[in-house]
Design a protein around this ligand. Sequence first.
Ligand code: ZN
Length: 347
Amino acid sequence: MEPGTPRTLLEAVTFFADPDRAHAYAVKARWPNGVACPRLGCGSAAVQALPKRRKFRCKECKRDFTAKVGTIFEQSPISFSKWLPAMWLLANTKNGTSSHELGRALGVTQKTAWFMLHRVRQTMKDENPVPFAGEVEADETFVGGVSRTSWQARSGHVKLQHGPATGKATVFGMVQRGRDGKPSQARAMLVPNHKASSLIPRIYENVVPGSTIYTDALRSYRQTDRDFVHDFIDHSIAYVNGRVHTNTIENFWSCVKRTLHGTYIAVRPFHLDAYLDEQVFRFNAREDNDAGRFVETLKGADGKRLTYAALTTTHPRWRLRPGRAARAEARRRMTQSEPIPGTSDRI
Ligand SMILES: [Zn+2]
């Protein structure tokens, strides 16, 4: 960690308020061993600083560059004085930060704040996840507004359905229980449904064969019996049987849902992965302190890019077609001119 890294939000805001100091901090964090040209195929360390313009000039390729080139901040007119406190907030607020709150706090529009937060989420994403081993709990959950079918189910009219049929998105998650002195680690992703064909490949991608997997009694998981030690707990009978339970991941789901319902209110399915990345990051770094989580987030900024166009056009990973209930709901909102959830996470 950089010497002089703030330890509290108050210290961070004061420290980064000076644009030169914030800029110097970001430069040092990105290039701890001295500034190098970020242009592809150059990487020259023969660099002249242009401190007044907060730029650098490469003596090799004779081009100017800023500390933002080649990072998540690229082409952003927002200064590091605002970016770094924004990062601090998202890394450390347990239930997330709404774009309305951040916009007011920084003096930028809600739209700008929303785009900033999405870029910070991108930095939190673990690009090269190490496969889980040991004892792993796997479970799926459904995220979305209260669907029409759920009150029908309560009143006994219709059997309760899950997944896309109700307009809810299916989220699959795994938790590696604490091992080697490390606390339990979570991982979560959007999946098309809770069929074996959607869940089993995710388990093979994320868990070392031979590990122990604990699930509920969902039939989809039975296919893991071949390559894993699989034990399941039938929740209609009991919730815990010795070490066989899914309570750790249930705890993680409750964090996810508190954030989604309490702070973000309405999230479009194709943005859901980003919100999951954010929650996974904070959950996995929960034993670190605020400064540690902030430094970890800033580290992820290098070599990543997220443009507004990429964020707002339909996500390639979004292969889910909204269910009939969701489409009907969207049509209803459209005709009644209510705000459509997505960019609005008013709090
Ligand atoms: Zn160069």
